[in-house]
Design a protein around this ligand. Sequence first.
Ligand code: XMP
Length: 327
Amino acid sequence: MDPNKRPDDMVRITTPELAQAFIGEQVEALRAQIGDKNVLLALSGGVDSSVVAALLIRAVGRQLICVHVNHGLMRKGESEQVIDVFRNQMDANLVYVDATDRFLDLLAGVAEPERKRKIIGAEFIRVFEEEARKVAGEVDFLAQGTIYPDILESDGVKAHHNVGGLPEDLTFELVEPVKLLFKDEVRVVGRALGLPESMVERQPFPGPGLGVRCLGAITRDRLEALREADAILREEFAEAGLAGKVWQYFVVVPDMRATGVRDGKRAYEWPAIIRAVNTVDAMTATVPELDWALMKRITERILVEVPGICRVAMDLTPKPIGTIEWE
Ligand code: XMP
């Protein structure tokens, strides 16, 4: 039997009861596989890595070493939530690495999106590798949040490799407990493991994070304005019951200024652009019709609460022609 093929008769996990049954089986299988050895996991705080972490904590407790790398491009409160949920609530063995300065120093002056992506991706692997080397002698396994669509998209290739891009001399045996699950099933399992709703229902967030939403060359002050404006958008959407209903929504801040008037004086500040899309597979996307009063409230809050933003615009572009991200 191909371990990377979902059996035809595998029941779709749609209820808490089915999730508990899955968790029970996985906990047993993980204990059998891992024994008294240690496991390493890069914990981004996304749905998949969070569910894998919670499963492994249930199975082997502090034999799991979670590494959370904060690249300084996380959304507001995200790293804090990872620490709170995993270290404080689940008593996880969590290594928190604040690499903000490393990433932002490397990105200074770099405007080209694909170069930004490469720098962020390569530095992420470097930081994780440094942490992996510190524990290499004590760790035999590397856990990954591979899910079934990843396997389908990569013809099973991805699941056989250390996808993290770690060098050859750092080889671990892979542990991939949710590799046969679809995203909706991972969420059901996450809920059954007691993860907070805001983590389980988290919208997709690109690896380079806010780095590709702070358009052009990233500066710390503009990145901070983006983070605050984005947090207001997320808070208001959640309050309006749109979290989990609109597929992806975020703010981008371009590297340009527009004129405004603040306290009777001319202001020359950045615009914030709101992007909200619905999609099934991210290949095409439409812009949902949103409540005008809600959008006006978000606009007012951003203008009043976020220093450096004097204008709010809404992006109505479907994909195609516009991609979901601006960069
Ligand atoms: P686009 O902009 O190509 O985005 O329409 C489609 C989906 O992919 C996400 N995205 C990324 N995810 N690394 C990622 O992990 C990236 O570099 C990246 N770029 C785009 C985007 O957020 C959307 O969900």
